[in-house]
Ligand binder design. Structure first.
Ligand code: DX5
Ligand code: ZN
Length: 219
């Protein structure tokens, strides 16, 4: 069954701690944390101090998605504040292999992300080094956008390559997931599904239980 990874970008930051604890009580394993630098993407979200604060009260897997130019500059800092996995964008790294190795050397799970206009070919040479490939299903930078359906073809492709090459990476999709399309993502073969708006808008526990029920029935 695909796992859900709520993205705190859509949280009410005035009530962040309580909202995270609501999520954790549902038995959700992954928490998706979007860091934006205002360079790789136009917007700026939050950084190390916020992650350090929420780490104190959560045991979930911190899936840190760096929408940051040259993320190699900050890997140690993200480890120190409590990241479990770090995802870097192929489009943002001058030396992707080196950056992924550094994440691994820090004892964290390395992952690579591809934007909607970036093809799977761009990451073929690192697939044996990563624990996860993140397929962006919207252009990164903002929550609440509409999923671009053709990005699901890349999920299917990555699933085929994984089988052909006997690899083990997880496939994650990020952006525009809602109650209607989550089943399609699951059927396409996604292992981890990021959801911001679909989790945080309205009642969090109800949303999670609805989304997980769909995932259960799709598996
Ligand atoms: C977009 C972020 C996403 C975002 C998803 O740049 O990477 O993780 O929070 O938000 P929704 O689910 O609202 O599209
Ligand atoms: Zn993200």
């Amino acid at each position: 069954m695909s796992q859900l990874a709520p993205s705190i970008l859509a949280a009410d930051f005035n009530r962040l701690g309580g909202q995270i604890s609501t999520i954790e009580k549902t038995g959700t394993e992954y928490l998706h944390i979007d860091v934006m630098d205002g360079m790789f993407v136009p917007s700026i979200s939050f950084g190390m101090p916020l992650i350090e604060s929420i780490r104190k009260e959560s045991n979930m897997f911190f899936d840190v998605h760096l929408m940051v130019e040259e993320p190699a500059r900050y890997l140690k800092e993200f480890k120190d504040v409590g990241a479990d996995g770090i995802t870097v964008h192929v489009e943002a790294c001058s030396d992707l292999k080196r950056t992924l190795c550094s994440i691994k050397e820090l004892g964290l799970k390395p992952a690579v992300a591809i934007n909607p206009n970036t093809s799977v070919e761009e990451v073929l040479s690192v697939l044996d080094m990563v624990e996860m490939v993140l397929v962006m299903s919207v252009h990164p930078g903002f929550g609440g956008q509409k999923l671009i359906p053709k990005t699901l073809d890349k999920v299917r492709r990555l699933k085929d390559i994984r089988r052909e090459r006997g690899l083990k990476y997880n496939i994650e999709i990020d952006g525009g997931i809602n109650r209607e399309n989550i089943k399609d993502a699951s059927i396409a073969g996604v292992d981890i599904i990021v959801a911001g708006t679909a989790v945080f808008k309205g009642n969090i526990a109800d949303n999670i239980s609805y989304l997980k029920e769909v995932l259960k029935n799709a598996s």
